[in-house]
Design a protein around this ligand. Structure first.
Ligand code: PLP
Length: 389
């Protein structure tokens, strides 16, 4: 039987053993974390331990971590006009988002549609900082209070954004910067302060924690109007009895991710280079999207002119290899990729984009299995359909 290889880590990562153990242990804690008795305090302890672990992954104080039901909810929570700073209570009146954001950011959260603007990217997928500066010029003087949202790294291409430079521009214009860092942990450093972020989104399942848990990291002096109102949990930022075992799993996965980063980063980069050299050997006309930019060490989005991603993903699956199409595919229906469109990639080429992504337990033998499958399938996937690149 063909070797199975899970190479779709940007969609979701396998559960880390530390996260599984923490979740199992937490499942036996009966108390509500808001209760004052011993059982309640035991549940509260697990949450606060996890909060410290997540905080230390991104270099913030534990009290600046707000747990949510995932990256999508954290993005929704962050993208609101109602963010108060110590000195300023007036609402944010503009939202600027890069053209390659995740749909949960592109939706604009709680901003009115007519107050959302898109910042273009270049052909490598990097946000156009000159455009950002141009759009923001004069806002501080004009009394405007923008919120800007730029992702740390793109889920399709792996392109890393120049966040620290963007933060300097946004702050000079009196704005706040939200960074969707869901794809960062375990691949690159995600230090909140070094990046210059005011708000940052994390998702547990992308770093080996459970699905359905995430966090919004916030600058200490910010208060965000809660999206889910009720019992005042999470210091008033997110009501509802906490998902204790999910949060415990998130904490354990965050801790393992932080400790493992230096070794994992170099190892997955070596595997990615091996993969890219191998696919090139079989197909000289290969196109690797974003390859000229700073990219996550675990992501390759590629095509060969003439290939169709839907067919390729199914063919790989029949060979035991799990990869995904670069195009957004949330309900099994493949839509054209807004990321590749924003990069100016022709639709015929974009529809062939296949994403391979690695993580902490990816092995060289899985890469070899992928390359054997590619050598077997490649000819049939694009031969006879070749189009000009
Ligand atoms: N942001 C990015 C960049 C993502 O890749 C994803 C998930 O695919 C999300 C946000 C949403 O995270 P979640 O699946 O936890 O809602």
């Amino acid at each position: 039987m063909a070797e199975q290889a899970y190479l779709d880590w940007n969609a979701t990562a396998p559960l880390r053993p530390q996260a599984r153990a923490a979740m199992l242990a937490a499942s036996d804690i009966v108390g509500n974390p808001s209760s004052v008795h011993a059982e309640g305090r035991a549940a509260r302890r697990l949450i606060e331990e996890a909060r410290a672990q997540v905080a230390s992954l991104v270099g913030v104080d534990a009290r600046d971590v707000v747990f949510t039901s995932g990256g999508t909810e954290a993005n929704m929570l962050a993208l609101t006009p109602s963010i108060e700073t110590a000195g300023e209570k007036a609402p944010r009146d503009r939202l600027l988002v890069s053209a390659v954001e995740h749909p949960s950011v592109r939706s604009g959260g709680r901003f009115a549609a007519n107050s959302i603007e898109e910042i273009p990217v270049n052909g490598h997928g990097q946000v156009d900082l000159a455009q950002l500066e141009h759009r923001l010029s004069g806002t501080a003087a004009g009394g405007s209070r923008p919120l800007v949202s730029i992702m740390l790294a793109n889920n399709e291409t792996g392109t890393i954004q120049p966040i620290a430079a963007a933060a300097a521009i946004v702050h000079a214009a009196g704005g706040l910067l939200h960074v969707d860092a869901v794809q960062g942990p375990g691949r690159i450093n995600c230090d909140f302060k070094a990046l210059g972020a005011d708000l940052m989104t994390l998702s547990a399942h992308k770093l080996g924690g459970p699905k359905g848990v995430g966090a919004l990291i916030k600058r200490s002096d910010l208060h965000i109007d809660p999206q889910i109102k009720g019992g005042g949990q999470e210091r008033g930022h997110r009501a509802g009895t906490e998902n204790v075992s999910g949060i415990a799993g998130f904490g354990a996965a965050a801790e393992a991710t932080r400790v493992g980063l230096p070794a994992e980063q170099a190892r997955i980069a070596t595997l990615r280079d091996l993969l890219e050299a191998g696919i090139r050997r079989v197909s000289s006309r290969i196109v690797i999207f974003g390859s000229k930019a700073d990219r996550l060490p675990n992501t390759t989005l590629f095509t060969v002119p003439g290939m169709k991603a839907e067919t390729a993903v199914i063919a790989f699956d029949l060979e035991g290899i799990a990869v995904s199409s670069g195009a957004a595919c949330s309900s099994g229906k493949v839509a054209p990729s807004h990321v590749l469109a924003a990069m100016g990639i022709a639709p015929e080429l974009a529809r062939g984009a296949v994403r391979v992504s690695f993580g902490y337990s990816t092995t060289e033998s899985e890469v070899s299995a992928f390359l054997r499958a590619w050598a077997k399938l490649a000819g049939a996937l694009y031969k006879g359909n070749e189009i000009a690149a």
